[in-house]
Ligand binder design. Structure first.
Ligand code: HPA
Length: 271
């Protein structure tokens, strides 16, 4: 794996005009954040050695380097989901490459189904912990000691300083920001009412099909992780409202202005 990472890193470094400080991963329906990148330099996934390719509608496949709030960022427009058929090493390969590029701060975004009764569609939720219910673990197999330890400490999976900054920024600027625990399932089915009920019983506030593998690998490499989720639908044992990919995209799109403001504030801050 080390050779493959090195090749991808070398290729990207040969194109980028500078060193990115933040990696940003765009979730479903959150692509508009791309428009916030100044002086963009784009690299198609298909040109990067060893990089997986995307398959889902609404997820293009490119890295966008540029500036947001005067800081350098490398944005991943199009992420790899386990349900698409990639294995977990492929799903998390970009995190390996980001660390190889010297990036220490990762901002992840996603759309998720809310099971906390205090949540509404369109809420911005800062993720402060997760429950891994994915069927394959990205660190299974021989450990690459050069990348991180065999047994990874997960006591602070999401960076508390970044969480506090965004929650406080929201309070001071009249943007409602909630916090919560994300539970990762493989998908691609949305959950049944009973499964949403299970997610709640297990102690989570929202559920989705991404993020958890990336967070695990980022923690393996001692990166600082921030994740913001848009609640795009609500689920529970008594809720039988159908949910579709289109609704998820549309709800995420409506929440975009506040997500953009919060992410830009975080990037511009010194936390
Ligand atoms: N479940 C899983 N993934 C999702 C959901 C959901 O309810 N909403 C958006 N992504």
């Amino acid at each position: 794996m080390l050779e493959k990472i090195k090749e991808a890193v070398g290729f990207i470094e040969s194109i980028l005009p500078g060193k990115p400080e933040f990696a940003i991963v765009l979730g479903s329906g959150l692509g508009k954040l791309q428009e916030e990148v100044n002086n963009p330099v784009t690299i198609d996934y298909q040109d990067i050695p060893n990089f997986p390719q995307t398959t889902v509608k609404g997820h293009s496949g490119k890295l966008i380097y540029g500036e947001i709030e005067g800081k350098t960022v490398l944005m991943m427009a199009g992420r790899f989901h386990y349900y698409e058929g990639y294995d977990m090493k492929e799903v998390t390969f970009p995190m390996r490459v980001f660390k190889g590029l010297g990036i220490e701060k990762v901002i992840l975004s996603n759309a998720s189904g809310g099971v906390n009764p205090d949540y509404s569609v369109g809420d911005a939720v800062v993720i402060n912990d997760h429950i891994n219910m994915m069927p394959e673990h990205p660190l299974r197999g021989k450990n690459e000691d050069a990348l991180g330890p065999r047994f990874v400490n997960m006591s602070h999976p999401y960076d508390e300083k970044m969480i506090d900054f965004v929650v406080n920024y929201g309070k001071q600027n009249g943007i409602e920001v909630k916090t919560g625990i994300y539970l990762g399932l493989q998908g691609p089915t949305f959950e049944t009412p009973a499964e949403y009920g299970m997610v709640r019983i297990l102690g989570a506030d929202c559920v989705g099909m991404s993020t958890v593998p990336e967070v695990i690998v980022a923690n393996h490499q001692s990166m600082r992780v921030f994740c913001i989720s848009v609640i795009t639908d609500l689920g529970g044992p008594e809720i039988r409202v159908p949910v579709s990919h289109e609704e998820v995209l549309s709800a995420a799109d409506k929440a975009m202005p506040k997500i953009i403001e919060l992410v830009k504030a975080l990037i511009g801050s010194e936390v």
